[in-house]
Design a protein. Structure first.
Length: 458
């Protein structure tokens, strides 16, 4: 049983004493008021910590109970008020409910009636409070102003996301798994006029075709074996909000056709139903596949591709923006610290900066979570990091052909290291033990670029 804060407003001292005793016995905090004007003044002086419930007698000498109810609800519409009366009539109860009362109690009422009513109100308020806290935490984590980065490449994508946010354009977010595509999608939503509505996500690759259809479009009772109740789908739940479809490239052709209808006509049919429903949803989609190649191969509908691909944002891999590794690691360390702040040592940051992060930001987050558990004295050191960060090795250099000049060998070696680090210039320079500006000069001298090396291997 949850306890709450209860106000009682009744001019009868005996009623006050009885109700206070009953509610105190249940663990509730109780304040009593003999006049409506005193209660009204107390509420006006409060800025926070409002009562969960106010019990108000209809007949009082200074202010009529219904008039007091109207004053309370005009200043604080969400306040829960229950009216009480020893002279109850249907008209009084109806009028109280019209004015916004939560319920009506006829004196004398039983202790069980009082306890059940108070328990329901307090529990409801606790759920609302938890829901507000959860929403605030979600907002905090997805607040565009809280997105952490230092690299120019991510800054470019972030700026484009903020620019496209006020529009209604569908956005296709490209990038490897774990790069932060959902962060970009949430940035678009919370920077748009839909930010007060829901932002829902679904991983299309994680569900079977049948389950994905039910999750997206909903189903009616009896639509299939096990459908014991009618279920609202995410499209309906996201009405006037945003729905983020992660790994959109993995949905089946039949679902692609149904999704296209929602995008074009803003209408859909739940599984097992024949009734058309409507939803005003903004769609954001993400994939790590080349959808143009999927279209050419006949695995993805061309018309759906162009519907989704009004604006394309390419999120860079973490290895291509090493400047973001340290601030992201520090953010995750703060998130996973229980009480005391967890710092990251210089040697640990160096290992993390030099690692290629094939799993991108998601892998970094997992590493920091594990390391925070193992950390001693509030600091993550190199010893707390997985061995793979310290032992990641390049493949051996190919044996130079006979007759190659020293300059040719140097060019070959730079190419191999540059390719094997995933075209990470800072890491390449560190392995070659040269300055970054020296590497830039060598790349220019030998006409080495990511594009030329990729074209050569195709």
């Amino acid at each position: 049983m949850q306890t709450g804060k209860i106000y009682i407003c009744d001019d009868d001292p005996g009623v006050q004493k009885l109700l206070e005793k009953m509610l105190h016995a249940q663990g509730h905090q109780v304040n009593c008021f003999s006049q409506g004007s005193i209660l009204q003044q107390a509420l006006e002086e409060q800025q926070e910590d409002f009562p969960d419930l106010i019990l108000v007698d209809i007949r009082m000498p200074d202010i009529d109970g219904l008039d007091l109810l109207r004053r309370i609800k005009s200043r604080r519409p969400a306040q829960q008020v229950v009216m009480m009366s020893a002279y109850g009539t249907v008209r009084s109860a109806v009028e109280a409910m019209k004015q916004g009362a939560h319920d009506f109690l006829l004196k004398p009422f039983s202790s069980n009636d009082l306890y059940n009513l108070v328990d329901k109100v307090v529990e409801h308020n606790q759920l609302l409070s938890e829901n507000r806290s959860l929403k605030a935490e979600i907002r905090r984590r997805f607040d565009p102003e809280q997105v952490v980065f230092r690299s120019k490449s991510f800054q470019h994508v972030f700026d484009l996301a903020r620019k496209v946010a006020p529009t209604e354009a569908s956005v296709l977010i490209m990038g490897e798994s774990g790069t932060g595509k959902e962060v970009i999608a949430s940035t678009i939503h919370y920077s748009s006029h839909r930010h007060e509505r829901r932002f829902l996500t679904i991983n299309c690759a994680a569900l079977t075709d049948t389950l994905l259809e039910s999750q997206l479009f909903g189903h009616i009772k009896g639509a299939f074996t096990g459908a014991s109740n009618t279920h609202r789908g995410l499209i309906e739940e996201a009405d006037h909000g945003t729905l983020f479809l992660d790994e959109i490239g993995d949905i089946s052709p039949s679902l692609q056709a149904k999704l296209l209808r929602v995008l074009q006509e803003k209408e859909f049919i739940p599984v097992g139903s024949t009734k058309v429903r409507h939803a005003n949803v903004r769609f954001l989609a993400a994939t790590n596949k080349d959808l143009e190649q999927e279209v050419r191969a006949g695995r993805f509908r061309e018309d759906l591709f162009y519907r989704l691909n009004v604006v394309t944002l390419q999120v860079p891999a973490l290895r291509d923006r090493p400047e973001d590794i340290a601030p992201l690691a520090e953010l995750f360390a703060e998130r996973f610290s229980n009480r005391d702040k967890i710092n990251i040592s210089k040697d640990a940051l160096e290992l993390m900066t030099n690692y290629s992060w094939p799993g991108n930001v998601r892998e970094l987050e997992n590493v920091i979570e594990m390391s925070a558990i193992m950390a001693d004295k509030g600091q993550i050191t190199a010893d707390h990091l997985p061995n793979k960060l310290a032992t990641e090795q390049l493949t051996p250099m190919a044996v130079p052909e006979s007759g190659m000049s020293l300059e040719d060998i140097e060019k070959l070696y730079i190419e191999q290291v540059y390719r094997q680090t995933g075209y990470h210039k800072m890491r390449t320079a560190q392995i070659l033990q040269i300055a970054r500006r020296t590497l830039d000069r060598k790349l220019l001298q030998y006409n080495i670029s990511k594009e030329t090396l990729q074209n050569r291997t195709e």
